[in-house]
Design a protein around this ligand. Structure first.
Ligand code: AMP
Length: 367
């Protein structure tokens, strides 16, 4: 009988997971608050609140395995479901990555570099933290921040009270500003039987806090580069410590010849979307293989790729498809400012070709 996978969350990541799983003979069921969602367009949807055990139980009926596609899933919901059927990733990895402070403490305990940081729960603690860490620094909410939301940069002493006015009242973390050369990320998968595979390091460029572009592989970083080894070793430590199963992403700052961890995401990741057209096995397929304990697929790069996010609005499909080397992935969402509506993977036979083709469509991007 076909394996039936439940996905908590109905966004584009759930949609792309389902689309990757159908050729493998898998079936899907989505649980989502909203009645309409990108994943609900491609798989049966149970619409209801994810914090009610009755809803979770009804959803889990007849499923073989559950996963999730956003990291703010309630840990309690994952714990509840774990009592009935396999849920991957498990509650530990989820809980650690929901709190920036806990996450940084985990990195530090494993010898992985981070920005200097301190917890902040009052205006006085913020002043003390600014003093000890030094400015500039970034004040962030410990939980529920994404795409640059819930954070304020403090450039000088006069900005301290302003930052407190904006974010005070939430549990916070102050982080020293990392003078990075560039941002990169590591996307890897670990299966239920401990097998691990790594995609190459990729370079990421953000605009207004939202991922704008991923260059895969990261220019100048071959498989034998010391940073590739360092990134994979750090990833393995985190995965093994957490007993992690599924795809995990770690976002890095490159500072000279060192990697400094920014954060991790316990799910398929926007900086792994290039794998749909540029790697032998996509991150979505490898996530499904991992949670089912199936053999992981090759992560070999088949074509250098530049991934561009379509944010806010996009040209028509027909226009994109007329461009050489453009692979279009739309999420079935209506346009709205700041909203991720899809992405294009611009592929080339060489990195130069992919980058030239991406450059040719750069002014098509609205935001
Ligand atoms: P985050 O939500 O933590 O991923 O932050 C969004 C973006 O802000 C990152 O991709 C970086 O470009 C920037 N950023 C966040 N934290 C730091 C930091 N400690 N030092 C320098 N830049 C940062």
């Amino acid at each position: 009988m076909a394996k039936r996978i439940g996905i908590l969350g109905g966004g584009q990541l759930g949609r792309m997971l389902a689309l990757a799983g159908y050729p493998l003979g898998l079936e899907f069921r989505i649980l989502e608050d909203a009645a309409e969602s990108p994943a609900g367009q491609v798989a049966p949807l149970v619409s209801g609140p994810l914090d009610q055990n009755l809803v979770l139980d009804r959803f889990a009926e007849g499923l073989d395995c559950v996963t999730f596609e956003f990291e703010n899933v309630l840990v309690k919901a994952v714990e509840h479901l774990s009592g009935r059927l396999p849920v991957h990733p498990g509650p530990l990895g989820l809980a650690k990555s929901q709190d920036r402070l806990v996450e940084k403490e985990l990195f530090r305990s494993l010898g992985i570099l981070t920005a200097p940081f301190a917890p902040v729960n009052s205006a006085t603690e913020l002043e003390q933290a600014a003093e000890s860490i030094g400015l500039p620094a970034i004040l962030k909410t410990r939980r529920f921040g994404y795409d640059g939301k819930g954070q304020v940069r403090i450039d000088g002493a006069s900005g301290v009270s302003l930052a407190w006015e904006k974010l005070g009242g939430h549990p916070l973390i102050l982080e020293g500003l990392v003078p990075f050369d560039r941002e990169m990320s590591q996307v890897s998968a670990r299966s239920t039987n401990g097998e691990i595979c790594h995609y190459p390091l990729v370079q990421n460029i953000h605009k207004k806090g939202i991922l704008h572009k991923t260059i895969a592989p990261a220019p100048g970083i071959g498989p034998e580069h010391p940073l590739s080894h360092a990134s994979q070793k750090a990833m393995e430590k985190v995965m093994q410590t957490l007993g992690y199963v599924g795809v995990l992403a770690i976002e890095w700052f490159q500072v000279g010849d060192a990697l400094v961890a920014n954060e991790m995401a316990p799910r398929v990741h926007n900086t792994g979307h290039w794998t749909m057209d540029g790697a032998q096995t996509s991150q979505f397929e490898n996530h499904l293989r991992a949670i089912l304990g199936w053999p992981l697929g090759s992560t070999e790069v088949t074509r250098p790729t530049v991934m561009l996010n379509l944010v806010g609005d996009y040209r028509t499909a027909k226009e994109w498809l007329a461009q050489p080397g453009v692979k279009l992935h739309l999420y079935g969402k209506s346009p709205r400012k700041g909203r991720k509506l899809g992405h294009v993977n611009v592929i080339g036979n060489t990195a130069e070709e992919a980058s030239e083709r991406a450059y040719a469509v750069m002014d098509w991007l609205v935001e």
